[in-house]
Design a protein around this ligand. Structure first.
Ligand SMILES: NC(=O)c1ccc[n+]([C@@H]2O[C@H](COP(=O)([O-])OP(=O)(O)OC[C@H]3O[C@@H](n4cnc5c(N)ncnc54)[C@H](OP(=O)(O)O)[C@@H]3O)[C@@H](O)[C@H]2O)c1
Length: 393
């Protein structure tokens, strides 16, 4: 195992040398390095989805590294985010996937160790966070420089890996589609999860927003601490009824990551001029493997409305999918800069639920699917120190 680690430590140097770029200083990688043997592309550890199905389908394998292409960077990865979408991807419930086997992973953070031609605004040693459609659950990645964002001072790699997907999603839903304003009210589903936690923090940047949040009962204390006025246990009660008991007219915004009949419930919970932003179909997931009954039920109950009916209701329905904005670099970079600004002001801070090594990826996914996480689940290439395993930020 140590030999494998040694090899990977040498990767950045080998990649930098192959790219003809400067070799990263040893302390930028904070570990001693051993050059790869000449003539052979070095190998690194990667998580690979080998087939659609249960937890065991994601395996640790080795992949050959290569030097960065035109406009690309090579990054030594220090932490990766686990997303609900990765669970869906594992079950084959995601579109536009590469053919199997492939490396999942939509976000990570690490240190630039080689710079390709025509990259002007990144250099070896920069700490970056990365957003991509797939491919980032690896010790070393080559990525277009436009998909990387410089980490602000003081941000940990775990925080940086937790930020892109959850916070970009929450920000664009709340402020671009939702137009959240002071004194409004919002219902956030999966409120204690990655996107939910980000959304609560972002809501708190606007004056006097009343937050209703659904989550398992064991998470309600944490939700209250973070600013949810009305936590609701959707597992034992009808959340729409609970919202109406407190706010008979409903709410201004519903964040809908559930789909199926919940989108319809969301629409009917809106006040006039309210908005549902639908951004997920979590109702498809009921266990380790694809559930055809849940799929049929969710699609059968999918909400639909025509433009004339919508007009009479004075309500809006928006659909959001970050995964389908992979060409919108300028738009996404603008959002990330706003988020970094909020981080620097202390207004947002990713909440890390737990940190797992690549070898523990099955346990990490199980932890999320068994609804145990409060905040973000992080994967790291090497085994985390015991005390940081369950690290609340
Ligand atoms: N469209 C986009 O661009 C975009 C981007 C990011 C995320 N999303 C969506 O946002 C939602 C949240 O994603 P996330 O990555 O932040 O995950 P997450 O909220 O951390 O997901 C885990 C939590 O979800 C809750 N949950 C609700 N239904 C579940 C189910 N069927 N199976 C397992 N857990 C369930 C559980 O907590 P409780 O039961 O206690 O609530 C669990 O702890 C997902 O639907 C995801 O697809 C969409």
């Amino acid at each position: 195992e140590e030999a494998g680690r040694e090899l990977s430590r040498g990767l950045c140097r080998a990649a930098a040398a192959a790219a003809g770029g400067p070799t990263p200083p040893e302390q930028s990688l904070d570990q001693p390095v051993k050059p790869a043997s000449s003539g052979e592309a070095p190998e690194h550890r990667a998580l690979v989805l080998t087939g659609f199905g249960g937890y065991e389908k994601v395996k640790v394998q080795t992949r050959r590294s290569s030097s960065p292409g035109l406009g690309e960077l090579t990054v030594r990865v220090r932490a990766c985010g686990l997303n609900f979408a990765d669970v869906m991807m594992r079950q084959g419930l995601y579109d536009r996937l590469p053919s199997l086997p492939f490396c999942p992973g939509m976000e990570c953070a690490g240190i630039v160790c080689a710079v390709g031609e025509e990259v002007r605004d990144r250099q070896v040693g920069d700490k970056v966070m990365i957003l991509a459609r797939t491919g980032l659950w690896q010790e070393v990645v080559n990525v277009p420089a436009v998909q990387t964002f410089l980490m602000p001072d003081g941000m940990s790699f775990e925080e940086a890996a937790a930020l892109p997907v959850n916070y970009i999603t929450a920000y664009m839903i709340l402020f671009d589609f939702g137009n959240l304003r002071p004194d409004q009210s919002i219902l956030i589903h999966m409120a204690a999860g990655g996107v939910g936690t980000a959304a609560i923090q972002l809501c708190k940047t606007v004056e006097n927003v009343t937050i209703f949040g659904t989550a398992s009962a064991s998470k309600h204390d944490s939700l209250k601490e973070s600013g949810v006025a009305h936590p609701i246990d959707y597992r034992t009660m009808d959340y729409a009824e609970e919202v109406r008991k407190i706010s008979p007219k409903g709410v201004d915004i519903v964040m809908d990551p559930l789909g199926g009949s919940d989108t319809s419930k969301a629409f009917h919970l809106l006040k006039p001029m309210g908005k549902v932003i639908t951004y997920g179909v979590a109702n498809l997931i009921t266990g380790q493997k694809k559930n055809l009954v849940a799929m049929a039920k969710t699609w059968w109950n999918q909400f639909s409305i025509n433009a004339i009916q919508l007009l009479h209701h004075n309500k809006a329905i928006c659909g959001y999918d970050l995964g389908n904005m992979d060409e919108e670099y300028k738009l996404i970079t603008g959002v990330v800069l706003k988020l970094i600004n909020l981080y620097n002001q202390g207004k947002i801070k990713p909440k890390i639920d737990s940190v797992w090594s690549f070898d523990q990826v099955a346990d990490a996914m199980k932890h999320m699917q068994e609804k145990k996480n409060i905040g973000k689940v992080i994967l790291v290439p090497e085994a985390p120190k015991e005390e940081s395993k369950k690290a609340e930020n």
